[in-house]
Design a protein around this ligand. Structure first.
Ligand code: MTE
Length: 385
């Protein structure tokens, strides 16, 4: 059903910053990313842990198994035609986004990412809850609070197992039904890098839970035992290092929801600001669990005073779609900027969560969930722009 090696990788955009070649891990130029609210398929960041599998759609079957009453296998045709197709706009972000800033403080283990391990797309496919009801999930109703949905991909990764992850069943069964088995991305079939022929989309959660090249869904009483749930994507104190972490993996919860995050996409660090009467700083912001961004603050004086940025998701040329799970674009104009200047950005969400000032306090050995204040240093050749 699937063959995989690095000689059969798909073609990719030439303007990506490649953070790792095998497996392929790359992010688009951040300024281009910020130009379009919906990211084009060939500009969407790619986070792979193994070669991209070559999958024959004709023989492909998605298996639903475990404690569920009716074990089922679905072809792609059945996933497309036996269930209502649901469309969700959702931003995916890797938990390792902005990891390089963390490793600048002290080395961390993991692929180095700038601030473009994030992208937004319109996904389409059957709702996971509809598939689970077809397989008889209602018969397990008394256990719903305790059950997990385990996903395994076809790509063989650590421990010679397919890449895997799980989410609590309650997330999969949410009434909105926005956790989907995506067979389309921005109106086309899924590109190979993004999970062809089917992937899970878990909006509001770290990208790691949106398993690509999906092979099996298992309903079980425990979370996934896969390496990427049990031994990765976890948070530890800054003082925990590789010689002390072993006993902590099992005691620490797997990260699920994203935290509140932002980036400045214009200007870039160390950029020379052109002369002029005003300058517009631009960026994105996003939070987890469907919590909307309520405010983005920008400082031009090291955090002594702040300006509130304008957010304008609604004014983008969007198809009429719910943006609950999407990032926000913001911008903030200034007439005068000191030179040199450190521009700082922090976002707030509707749970009143904000971003920590100090990266040292959240440093962790895997370099995940870096949402410290964003700092960009610029100079202009005139103190007054
Ligand atoms: N699913 C499989 N099967 N294999 C993977 O390597 N990477 C995960 C997730 N799903 C991964 C996967 C991670 S860590 C992220 S951030 C997202 O996919 C990235 O999705 P993308 O490559 O479509 O941007």
């Amino acid at each position: 059903m699937a063959a995989s090696d690095y000689n059969k990788e798909p073609s990719r955009a030439s303007d990506f910053t490649i953070n790792q070649t095998t497996p392929f891990n790359a992010e688009p130029p951040v300024a281009i990313l910020r130009e379009h609210f919906v990211t084009a398929n060939d500009k969407f960041y790619v986070r792979n842990h193994a070669p991209v599998p070559l999958i024959d759609e004709a023989s492909y079957k998605l298996s639903v198994e475990g404690l569920i009453a009716r074990h089922c296998k679905f072809s792609i045709w059945e996933l497309k035609h036996s269930f209502p197709q649901h469309t969700v706009m959702a931003t995916l972000m890797c938990a390792g986004n902005r990891r390089t800033e963390m490793s600048d403080i002290k080395a961390v283990r993991g692929v180095g990412w700038g601030c473009a391990a994030i992208s937004n797309a319109v996904w389409k496919g059957p709702r996971l809850r509809d598939v689970l009801f077809m397989a008889g999930i209602e018969k397990l109703e008394s256990l719903w609070d305790q059950l997990h949905v385990d996903f395994e991909g076809i790509d063989i990764c650590k421990d010679k197992r397919g890449y895997g992850s799980s989410i609590p069943l309650h997330k999969a069964l949410e009434k909105r039904g926005d956790v989907i088995l995506a067979v389309e991305m921005n109106g086309s079939e899924l590109p190979r890098d993004h999970g062809y022929p089917v992937r899970v989309i878990v909006p509001g959660y770290i990208g790691a839970r949106s398993v690509k090249w999906l092979k099996t869904i298992t309903i079980q009483m425990h979370e996934s035992t896969n390496y990427y749930q049990k031994k990765d994507y976890k948070l530890f104190l800054p003082e925990v290092d590789w010689d002390t972490v072993d006993e902590l993996w099992d005691k620490s919860p797997a990260i699920q929801e994203l935290n509140v995050q932002a980036a400045i996409t214009q200007p870039r660090d160390n950029e020379m600001i052109p002369k002029g009467s005003s300058y517009t700083v631009k960026g994105y912001a996003l939070s987890g669990g469907g919590r909307k961004i309520t405010r983005v603050d920008i400082s031009f004086d090291g955090g002594k005073s702040w300006k509130v940025a304008n957010m304008f998701t609604a004014s983008q040329n969007l198809p009429k779609m719910d943006t609950k799970w999407s990032w926000e674009f913001w911008e903030c104009s200034v007439k005068f900027m000191p030179s040199p200047c450190q521009i700082i950005c922090r976002a707030w969400d509707e749970g009143s969560n904000t971003m920590p000032e100090n990266i040292h306090q959240i440093w962790n050995l895997r370099g995940v969930m870096n949402n410290s204040w964003v700092r960009v240093n610029v100079v202009s050749d005139e103190a007054k722009l």
